[in-house]
Design a binder for this molecule. Sequence first.
Ligand SMILES: [Zn+2]
Length: 374
Amino acid sequence: MIGALGFFALWAAGRLLRWPPAGIAALLALWWAALVLITAPGIGVPPLAAVLGGDFRLWVLLGPAALVVLAYRAGLAVLRARAHPPVTAVSAAAAAASVPVASSPAASVTAEAAADGPGRGTGALQPQEIERYARHLYLREIGGPGQQRLKAARVLVIGAGGLGAPALLYLAASGVGTIGVIDDDAVELSNLQRQVIHATDRLGQPKVLSAATALAALNPHVAIRPHHRRLDAAGAEALIAEYDLVLDGTDNFDTRYLVNRLCARAGKPLVGAALGQWEGQLAVWDPARGGPCYECVFPTRPAPGLVPSCAEAGVAAPLPGILGAMMAMEAVKLITGAGEPLRGRLMLHDALDAETRVIAVKRRPGCAACGEAI
Ligand SMILES: [Zn+2]
């Protein structure tokens, strides 16, 4: 009995002390080898074998049985990785070939200065970055390989408003190596009630430059690409092609449907969120990897004026913070391959009742955005 308890004690100690899985496996293998030797007829130590319990043949059989289980789990992990590859692996070549684009001289300077900043790109993590991202490195689901993927990732955030503000801050804090942001607005006083990336002393500045200032102050190891212009059909396709992943934080339906179609066509995952007053929704639209696109689920855009904007209807200040931070969370999961993203699932959050529901959503045959016809 003590022999069997030894396996559990070693495993539990390893998990508690956060030993690496390979270290725990090596200790368990050593314990198994010791049990086999101690209980072996002829060469074993009978008094000790009696204390440890079990039978020599039982302990010998345990080794191959454990190997079969481990091989099965490794096979499952390979299949799972094939089913949900990290997005950076899909388009790393396209991302590597792209160059910074900015729409104004001021933005160009900021973008290029940031692009040459320390730690950008696919190189090894520098000591400063290892300390900065230590809490990520401890996570089994992210660790060093995940942090490298974040560093190599290029993420485009559409809109530096209520949703974009927290999403941008958490993408930069997480160490996403290249962050693009497109918006044609300037910072207004009424924005500051929720758009926490901006500041009172930057009123009147283009939102993308105000955001770039905040992001550079938060993390100098990431490259910021501010695009001070409105996203239009002509330039959007080329812009999206430069990134691995797109976060849509806009509040108008024209842009939302346009971005969805372009991302579906380019095979890029789109993290989309929307909100009003006290409620919000969030999903990963990713038809290239089996999930629906936005238009699969919402094929008909509402009539103009039917859905009031935040400016008309109001919005609770922390609500975009909740949804925007969750957008960044989904981005981190997609880039690192951690967990299960909201692909094929739509999350609905009701802040007034403090309730969150997740419902399954499916691809719609004949969808004009992601169907076979496009
Ligand atoms: Zn679709």
